[in-house]
Design a protein around this ligand. Sequence first.
Ligand SMILES: Nc1ncnc2c1ncn2[C@@H]1O[C@H](COP(=O)(O)OP(=O)(O)OP(=O)(O)O)[C@@H](O)[C@H]1O
Ligand SMILES: [Mg+2]
Length: 467
Amino acid sequence: MMMMGDTFGSIGSSIASLFFVWATIQQIFPNHLKIAIKEFILSSFQQLCFAQRVSDHLTNLFSPYVEINFPESDEYRYNHAFSAIETYLGSKATEKSKLLKGSQVKESKGLVLKRDEKKIRDEYKGANVWWEIVTPTEGERSYKLTFHNRARSLITESYIQYVLEEGKSIKAKKKQTKLFTNNPSSQWVFSQNMWRFIDFEHPASFETLAMDPEKKEEIMNDLTAFRNGKDYYKKIGKAWKRGYLLYGPPGTGKSTMISAMANFLNYNIYDLELTAIKNNSELRKLLTATSSKSIVVIEDIDCSVDLTGNRIKKDRNSMERNRGQDKDENSVTLSGLLNFIDGIWSACGQERIVVFTTNHLEKLDPALIRRGRMDMHIELSYCTYEAFTILAKNYLDLDDHPLFGKIKSLLKETEISPADVAENLMARNHQVDVEGSLNNLIKALEKKKNSQMSKDEKKNNKFRIFG
Ligand SMILES: Nc1ncnc2c1ncn2[C@@H]1O[C@H](COP(=O)(O)OP(=O)(O)OP(=O)(O)O)[C@@H](O)[C@H]1O
Ligand SMILES: [Mg+2]
């Protein structure tokens, strides 16, 4: 490197001297001598350039350093290695760097600090490497990696792979998750415009989700195992997908759990509105257009036309025969959905989760929810005391209170959804009033208990009359 710098320096000073000599010659010598001298200078210059090329060649030949370039695009296609390197270098020790650049690309996001240096040194298993961003005035940018020849195999066989994987994983963590909703097919333009999306900014997390802590832990472990399961799924020869069925009464946290899942995994959500889909072929197109690392959600599947209920019971025999074939061309059918989960789904997508929610588990066709299709059935139940303590912590920042005992015994006898509990604990006009909120909850619980008791009494009387 030093050698190259010296050579360029000497060429610069040689050219300057040549110009000085030429100016002197112009003034002193007659024309024919000037021409002879000019030819002599030109031929010397050509020789010098040739010498320079030879010198460069020799420098490269004997330099102990190796260079690799990563251009921004390769034959008109974006080079993903470039962006992975950019992310990796951007994250490299911002705290150590003294030259930083601050930007806020979105008002809702914090200030982002990035290194603002052209050359960055990195170290890998004892070997030093230098990264440099090359930005020519014309043409594309590239990252230049320089390292000593003795570390050649370490860098080419392991370091570069490490940088690319790190870059991709940092990017995935920082990714802004999106919430997609399907457009009616009248708005589709060829294969475009099938989904519209907004940034997904729901604050739900497993931490704030009120449910049995052991169950919560089990779900989180299951999701983590799924996310890290690439090799496992490959080994067992199964598509990398997982199905969750969330069931329970209204207001028990099914939709909230989907948001918590998306935030936990950093996956996009595709909220599939089945009623806006005309037939199985549209369903197929929509699903093949979803990306990996995503959660496809069908809410209230029991209310989705043609999938459940009496019609299915009526048609079950013919359905058994026709499963796998899309007989009905004018509606979304159970067979279409099963095909998607088992067939097309497996072929077109990797790292995807499908979530169905329902208030009425008993209404669903067993074929839809059998294990293997819906791998985990999760019940979201009425509020238990454990769930209440999580809500009390979320809403009132409270770990314990003398009124907790009374609430505990009322919760044992009353069916109340976490949504109703949360409503009572919510601060009025942003003023937290612990006693007031807990008393409101007690009143609501007592009211519910009484109405449930009178309902039970009415039922018993009916049985007595008809019994
Ligand atoms: N388990 C829970 N933990 C924390 N908050 C909850 C829980 N369940 C309900 N909530 C609160 O109640 C609101 C409604 O809950 P959510 O929409 O998740 O219920 P759901 O089970 O999807 O109901 P539905 O069956 O009507 O769709 C949420 O915005 C949340 O604030
Ligand atoms: Mg819901």
